[in-house]
Each structure stands twice: as C-alpha cells, then as structure tokens.
Ligand binder design. Structure first.
Ligand SMILES: CC(C)(COP(=O)(O)OP(=O)(O)OC[C@H]1O[C@@H](n2cnc3c(N)ncnc32)[C@H](O)[C@@H]1OP(=O)(O)O)[C@@H](O)C(=O)NCCC(=O)NCCS
Length: 177
C-alpha cells in the first residue's frame, strides 16, 4: 500500500465493528513484526481471529470503551482502541493504543483518530481522564500526543529492555477531558 497527501482527504474515521477483526489483526501483526513500537515481540504475538473478535465485542459492549478505525477507500489503514478498567475507583479513566499501516503514517491520520477519540470522551461523562504509554524513542508519536494536548505525568525508567544494555522508558501521558 502506498499513501499520498490525497489520501488524507479520503480518510474516514468510524467506529470499528466485528467484521473489521481480520484487518485490525493484520495491522497489529505487521506493527509487531516492525519490532520498534510495541512491547510484544513476534514470538509472543499469538492472537487469532476469534480472540480478536471477542476483544472487539467486549469493547463495543462497554459504554466506557471505544474502537475507531481509519478507512481509505473502504480499506482499513489504522485503528485506535480505548479501554477502561472495570474497577469502581478507576472507571473514570482509560488508556488507548493506536497504530497505522506503515505506508500511511505522517499524513495526519493519527491526528484524526485522536480528535475523534477526544470528541467521544468529551461526550462520555463517565470518562474523565484519557491516558497512554509510549516508548521514549517514539518521537513522532510523542509529538503527536503533545500537539493533541496530552501532558507527560511521569516515566517508568528503563521499563522496556529491547536488547542487552538497550533500554527505553515508558512515557506515561494523560489528558483530562
Ligand atoms: C504513532 C502514529 C499512530 C501516529 O499517527 P500519524 O498519522 O503518523 O500521525 P500524524 O501524521 O497525525 O502526526 C504525526 C506527524 O506527521 C506530520 N503530519 C501531521 N499532519 C500532516 C499532514 N496533513 N500532512 C503531512 N504531514 C503531517 C507531522 O509532522 C506530525 O508530526 P508533529 O506531531 O511533530 O507535527 C503512527 O505513526 C504509527 O502507527 N506508528 C507506529 C505504531 C505506533 O507507534 N503506535 C503508537 C504506540 S504508543
């Protein structure tokens, strides 16, 4: 897949559905294989299509959670999932993960997905705090989150060990909505 600036005009953000499971899983697999941005490594990533469907169903059934996909010409090029703990004292919070197919980054699609997430969160009184964790080396993502109003609340130092003597911090960010 190759992307152009024109794609941004055709990007459509919508709520995910069960039938998106395979495409969402494929993007996730590809990003795991890239081996740069996620905690799981390929050998640990064993999610199958049935598990992915269950995961989507659980999110769609929970009024404090949401799944968004970015589509170009009916092809899913990225997704964002926001999940909230089922504990009374944490239920006003939630965190999200997102990823785009490699060929579609840097075009503003991530911005569109987060804009939609924040609009949803603002209309969802049960959610008051939106959080995320990101590798300290993922500058493009950190810049995007800052630009969208997220604030760093701390860092888990040397939380992720990439290799012998190669560590990155887990940067925790939040936005009150
Ligand atoms: C992180 C990620 C989701 C961000 O999405 P994205 O679509 O690339 O982000 P955006 O394009 O909206 O913004 C990122 C950069 O692209 C550029 N950009 C934004 N809008 C643009 C536009 N209309 N035209 C061209 N470039 C644009 C900007 O330089 C921006 O950087 P800035 O924030 O320093 O200004 C995506 O890069 C990705 O999938 N990365 C791999 C997986 C990953 O890291 N996931 C997050 C784990 S925490």
């Amino acid at each position: 897949m190759a992307a152009s600036d024109n794609d941004l005009k055709n990007v459509h953000i919508r709520t995910g559905k069960m039938s998106d499971a395979k495409k969402i899983l494929n993007i996730q697999r590809d990003v795991v294989i890239e081996n740069e941005y996620l905690i799981s490594v390929s050998e640990e990533f064993s999610k199958n299509i049935e598990q992915q469907k269950e995961w989507i169903q659980k999110i769609l059934k929970n009024e404090r959670e949401t799944l968004l996909v970015a589509e170009i010409d009916e092809e899913i090029v990225g997704w964002l999932a926001f999940q909230s703990p089922n504990l009374q004292r944490l239920s006003h919070t939630g965190s999200f993960g997102m990823m785009l197919h490699k060929g579609y980054r840097g075009l503003g699609i991530g911005t569109s997905l987060i804009t939609e997430l924040l609009a949803w969160a603002e209309q969802t009184p049960l959610i008051e705090k939106v959080s995320l964790g990101v590798f300290s080396t993922n500058i493009q993502a950190i810049n995007l989150y800052k630009r969208m109003g997220f604030i760093e609340e701390g860092r888990k130092k040397k939380e992720i060990k990439l290799d012998e003597n190669k560590y990155v911090d887990d940067v925790l960010m939040y936005k009150i909505v």
